[in-house]
Ligand binder design. Structure first.
Ligand code: CP
Length: 304
């Protein structure tokens, strides 16, 4: 990967070397005091353009940009002229006219950041597009796994839940596969893509959590993406929890040192038992902490 990137819109297309370079950059940011890079992006303007709700991603991009010395603006679609009928592209071009350097884009439509990247001069970062990709989430997940396991290659990572509608599952399968991990995707049949195993040579599909988590090094649970379900595809959340939720019995099937991950937001008692969500093997808040370092690394590569 060249030192400077033009856009960062997906894991798709990154090599193992690209991913490891970004993780190494993130490690340096993670270890540094929060005020160590205050002048790195001085004079640059980063605009968070969010068309979907977010707690972790928007806040951590904002913190990362601020700690690098950039000016940061947050624009939520509901409070912008999008609500009066302005198009995404017109909105972006108007903000760009005010000399924005980068857009961090979250959008319910797959491909929206790629669409903008092809049409604006500013640099574009994908902060989650529909059910397509969430590349910085996959990077922060890999960063967290690497800190615990000291490697990615050779690990077995079980990703369980609503795989079909999950951009997190897709980006993780691409990244972990590229780095030599075995990826097990598991969910109800109605929430599994038909071509799940096409995501990579090390990706395998399961419909039993008990089988998917057996001897796994990492168990990553995903919520049901209700906002993307086109019609009811589960009976009740209680049924779902019984069949697909992570509980003590299921976690005992994984390796004794397995870690439990979740990108958030968590639906306690549905995809994960609250005792596990708060228990000693969960690294969920470590994932959130890693988000600032990873997003610092991406913004620094783009804008330095
Ligand atoms: N993991 C994640 O994308 O969380 P937010 O929706 O809160 O940003």
């Amino acid at each position: 990967m060249a030192n400077a990137m033009r856009h960062f819109v997906g894991i798709d297309g990154l090599s193992r070397g690209d991913i490891e370079a970004l993780l190494d950059d993130a490690e340096a940011f993670f270890r540094a005091p929060v005020d160590a890079h205050r002048s790195r992006l001085a004079g640059r303007t980063v605009v968070n353009l969010f068309f979907e709700a977010s707690t972790r991603t928007r806040t951590s991009f904002q913190l990362a940009a601020k700690r690098l010395g950039a000016d940061v603006l947050n624009i939520a679609a509901a409070a912008s002229s999008i609500s009066k009928g302005e198009t995404l592209l017109d909105t972006a071009r108007n903000i760009e006219a005010m000399r924005a350097d980068a857009f961090v884009v979250r959008h319910p439509s797959s491909g929206a950041p790629h669409f903008l990247a092809a049409r604006v001069k500013a640099q574009v970062v994908n902060a989650g597009d529909g059910a397509h990709e969430h590349p910085t989430q996959a990077l922060l997940d890999a960063f967290t796994i690497r800190r615990h396991k000291k490697r990615l290659a050779g690990l077995t990572v079980a990703i369980c839940g609503d795989i079909l509608h999950s951009r997190v599952a897709r980006s993780n399968a691409l990244l972990l596969g590229a780095c030599g991990a075995e990826v097990r995707l598991c969910g109800p049949r109605t929430m599994m893509p038909r071509d799940a195993e096409a995501l990579g040579p090390t990706v395998r599909a399961f419909d039993s959590v008990d089988v998917a988590v057996r001897d796994a090094d990492v168990v990553m649970m995903l919520r049901i993406q209700h906002e993307r379900l086109a019609g009811a595809t589960i009976a009740t959340t209680r049924e779902y929890a019984r069949a697909f939720g992570l509980n003590d019995r299921r976690l005992a099937l994984a390796r004794p040192d397995a870690i439990v991950m979740h990108p958030g937001p968590i639906n306690r008692g549905v995809e994960v038992d609250p005792r596990i969500a708060d228990g000693p093997r969960n690294v969920i808040l470590e994932q959130v902490e890693a988000g600032v370092a990873v997003r610092s690394a991406v913004l620094a590569r783009l804008l330095s």
